[in-house]
Write a protein that binds this ligand. Structure first.
Ligand code: GLC
Length: 474
């Protein structure tokens, strides 16, 4: 099948979060399975010049943005069997992006342009998709434009659309003024385009896409059931359940492989985990923590309230008093950045806080830590817990979304530690349970080895997407 995967970020070109991992890995797997899956994304000036060199311009055309007509160039390249299209307009994507790729004052216009350009591109290249899979609010206008402006044309008549939610917290909400002038949708479609008093691009995608998916089955349920977890969109999603489903993400098991990973201190496998001990030693020394047998808890990711940092903050001192050490890496809300900096200063040798992005160190934390803490209040899928399993680092999680679908506690089939009442006391109890088992070397190692055998590769999930695409294409 021909599938066009539309995303605002994709590895290896550009990445700010989990979406880039999915957009980098799922199309690759679909191609391995015999499909022609292609990826389209903006040509940001931030993209590594070395990757850009490998692209060649194949065509250009003009795209309507509101009442204006603007240039779009299409560059094409092939990596690992996957064809990538990068859409070029320097006005929109040649920026210094001080706050990441989504912090721009004109983000609505940037992605209205991108979404419209994706559809225009289809009539300018000699390849047509049967299904277009869009992702998150940045590409939410693709199914909307497809339905309103393109379906009448023979080339587009049979193209089906899938909209995937990676995080419903970001819906693409804007004032009414963008509708006509920037999004280019006549005001008589106001009903379609708005929700709770503002333009809401994700909502419009829910209305127009042929299918809606999200990145775990539990999250698919939670966003229908809970106004908190759906940020208010549950009222609408309840009426779209007939076309909503959830498939848990996989991870790229070739790149994320403790047996071959070049970023970690020593390679190891489930049959010989001795290298993991060396990874821990090396990590302790790299992060300035004291050597010793105490459990080392790793944390990597975005510091925001929905990732459960408030719970951690409440019991942090006690966890350190219990004898846990921490290797923490990430960026996010200032409150938590400052908190972890303070903790590192208060507990030298016991707590390390790296307030930055650092792929290499992230990998060494996955490999070198004993446990990985992820008490998210909301988690559409979560990739870090899957990476931890792969590296034999035992996850401690809050039972929500994708964490609920991938981590279980207990002797039968258990692979980590889970708490389900959202309080810091319960979090602390889960850490204490992990600590207790950690003291029982034999059973702890058994658990580590078991976790390393769990298959979280893309194979199974890609099959689910394939089934959905086939159903749509008939
Ligand atoms: C978002 C979600 C995360 C998910 C990722 C990829 O970043 O917050 O839970 O794993 O998207 O789908």
């Amino acid at each position: 099948m021909n599938i066009l995967y539309v995303a605002s970020e994709a590895r290896p070109f550009i990445a700010s979060g989990g979406l880039a991992d999915v957009a980098g890995a799922l199309p690759k797997q679909l191609c391995k399975d015999g499909h022609d899956a292609r990826v389209v994304l903006p040509l940001y000036s931030l993209i590594d010049p070395k990757l850009r060199e490998g692209l060649r311009e194949i065509c250009n055309f003009y795209v309507s943005v509101g009442w204006r007509s603007v240039y779009c160039g299409v560059l094409e390249g092939k990596i690992d069997g996957v064809t990538y299209y990068l859409l070029d307009n320097e006005d929109y994507f040649k920026r210094s992006f001080p706050d990441g790729i989504y912090g721009e004052y004109d983000k609505c216009e940037q992605f209205a342009f991108f979404s419209r350009a994706v559809l225009e591109m289809i009539s300018h290249i000699d390849w047509q998709p049967q299904v277009i899979n869009c992702n998150d609010w940045q590409t939410a206008l693709v199914p909307v434009y497809l339905q309103l402006f393109y379906k009448g044309q023979p080339l587009f008549e049979n193209i089906k659309s899938v909209f995937t939610i990676h995080n419903i917290a970001y819906q693409g909400q804007f004032g009414f003024e963008v509708l006509d002038n920037i999004v280019g949708i006549p005001v008589y479609y106001t009903g379609l385009m708005t929700f709770d008093g503002c333009v809401n691009l994700m909502k419009a995608a829910f209305e127009t896409a042929d299918k809606i998916t999200t990145v775990s089955l539990s999250y698919a349920r939670e966003i229908v059931d809970s106004d908190v977890l759906s940020y208010g969109l549950n009222r609408l999603l309840a009426t779209k359940q007939y076309k909503l489903t959830g498939f848990v993400n996989g991870i790229d098991v070739e790149e994320l492989n403790p047996e071959t990973d070049k970023l970690i201190a020593k390679n190891y496998s489930k049959d010989d985990i001795s290298g993991k001990r060396e990874c821990k030693k090396a990590l302790l020394s790299e992060t300035g923590l004291t050597d010793g047998d105490e459990p080392l808890i790793g944390m990597v990711g975005r510091f925001s309230i929905d990732k459960g940092h408030k719970l951690i903050k409440e019991v942090f001192d006690q966890m350190v008093a219990d004898g846990c050490k921490f290797a923490i890496l990430g960026t996010g809300e200032k409150e938590y950045e400052n908190f972890y900096r303070d903790m590192a200063a208060r507990y030298p040798g016991k707590v390390f806080a790296g307030i930055r992005f650092d792929n290499g160190l992230a990998r060494r934390i996955y490999a070198g830590a004993d446990m990985f803490l992820m008490p998210s209040l909301s988690e559409p899928c979560g990739l870090a817990q899957l990476i931890s399993l792969r590296y034999g680092t035992i996850p401690i999680v809050h039972e929500v979304g994708g964490l609920k679908d991938t981590i279980k506690e207990g002797l039968e089939g258990g692979n980590g530690f889970v708490f389900n009442i959202t309080t810091s006391e319960e979090l602390q109890k889960a850490v204490r349970r992990a600590h207790e088992l950690y003291g029982d070397r034999e059973n702890w190692e058994k658990l580590m080895k078991y976790d390393m055998t769990i298959d979280n590769s893309w194979g199974k999930s890609a099959e689910l997407y394939e089934g959905l695409y086939k159903e749509l294409a008939g």
